[in-house]
Design a protein around this ligand. Structure first.
Ligand code: ADP
Length: 364
């Protein structure tokens, strides 16, 4: 492959990397994007970088959050774009901007092959018992309502690194991606067997602004009692809940750490967060029938020794033992020699996984 361009579209940003033979030539991020025009402008800016530096881009890779039932990375064509449009409401914050970016790239780089790498694909190995919801089966058949799971590129990246360090392809691993969005995945033999995000990226533990799992009856109750519309409910659950909703202070983990000694609700939000994370990890230890390693990644997971200590406190009973100094320094292995479970802190490298996936699709 000559140089490739990799794009990672967020709900208000576009991150890009231009790689040649595994080496990053250029990278950057365009932030505070508000609308379709903004995303088109971002692609134009990146196109400008490519032109100015006379780079021959042989392929463009896109991280696509929701691949629906697609199991593998794929070359992008009209058919795929119309499928992505059909399912865009399942992850609107990301999927709609991604479609704008893909379409802009097709205009600006008309001859360049484009490849979609899905955040859902890694979870395609989940068994039916893990992905089915307890609603009438016909809605699974007719409307494809099931657990899909997200952050798959990241879970794959860090769990593979952990397995490599342990020299054990069959390890039972629980990986915790804790950023603004949070998800936890149970992995066995390198495959996802269960994950906390579901039909959409709203399920699981509480997140920055997302509610995570709640009793579904709360929704009709709010509609009837508070006269909220569906649009208002969606906004409440996606943007006003989670750490922000409980604390009333911030969605940002660092802000809450700072505020926790003076502000009771900031402390409460953190306690709920730690508690729910522990519960997910505990349930996945049961699902995996044991655990060899727990991995922490993304903004909070990679940087917060306090969070890791709090969450792992509940697993002393199965022999989890942290080496506090290593934990404080965010070292790769933070468990002690006597710990029965290895604890890792691994920086997620989604670009690397996308690059490898592109090579597979291009047969290189
Ligand atoms: P995104 O999901 O948007 O990619 P990130 O993975 O960057 O998000 O994670 C953002 C979260 O990470 C924020 O809550 C932020 O407070 C937290 N974070 C970033 N750096 C640190 C740090 N040094 N210590 C604790 N938390 C951090």
């Amino acid at each position: 492959m000559n140089s490739v361009l990799i794009l990672n579209v967020g709900s208000s940003s576009v991150k890009y990397s231009i790689l040649s033979e595994n080496e990053v030539l250029f990278d950057g991020v365009i932030e505070r994007i508000k609308d379709k025009k903004g995303y088109q402008g971002a692609v134009k800016k990146i196109f400008g970088v490519v032109k100015k530096n006379k780079i021959n881009v042989s392929a463009i890779g896109h991280r696509v959050v929701h691949g629906g039932l697609l199991k593998k990375s794929k070359g992008i064509d009209e058919k795929l774009i119309s499928y992505l449009k059909k399912i865009k409401e399942l992850a609107p914050l990301h999927q709609i901007p991604e479609i704008h970016v893909i379409e802009s790239c097709r205009k600006l780089f008309p001859k360049t092959k484009q490849i979609a790498v899905f955040d859902t694909a890694f979870h395609e190995t989940m068994p039916e018992k893990a992905f089915l919801y307890g609603i009438p089966y016909k809605y699974y058949i007719k409307d494809k309502i099931r657990r899909y799971g997200f952050h798959g590129i990241s879970h794959k990246c860090v769990s593979e690194s952990a397995a490599k360090i342990m020299k054990n392809k069959h390890a039972k691993i629980i990986s915790c991606h804790l950023g603004n969005g949070c998800s936890i995945t149970a992995i066995k033999d390198g495959k996802s067997i269960d994950t906390s995000m579901g039909f959409t990226p709203l399920e699981g533990p509480i997140m920055g602004t997302r509610s995570g799992s709640i009793d579904p009856s709360i929704i009709p109750y709010l509609v009837e009692k508070e006269k909220l519309s569906i649009k208002e409910i969606k906004s409440l659950l996606n943007h006003k809940s989670g750490l922000l909703g409980i604390s009333g202070v911030s969605n940002d983990f660092r802000d809450l750490l700072k505020a926790r000694r003076k502000n009771k609700r900031a402390k409460l939000a953190l306690d709920v967060f730690y508690y729910q994370l522990s519960k997910y990890i505990g349930s996945y230890i049961a699902a995996l029938n044991g655990v060899d390693a727990i991995v922490f990644t993304a903004g909070i997971g990679e940087n917060s020794a306090v969070l890791r200590t709090k969450v792992l406190e509940n697993f002393k009973f199965i022999g989890v033992d942290l080496e506090e100094k290593k934990n404080r320094n965010n070292e790769t292995v933070i468990s002690s020699k006597k710990s029965k479970v290895k604890i890792f802190v691994i920086k997620t490298d989604e670009m690397k996984v996308i690059y490898e996936e592109m090579r597979k699709v291009l047969g290189k």
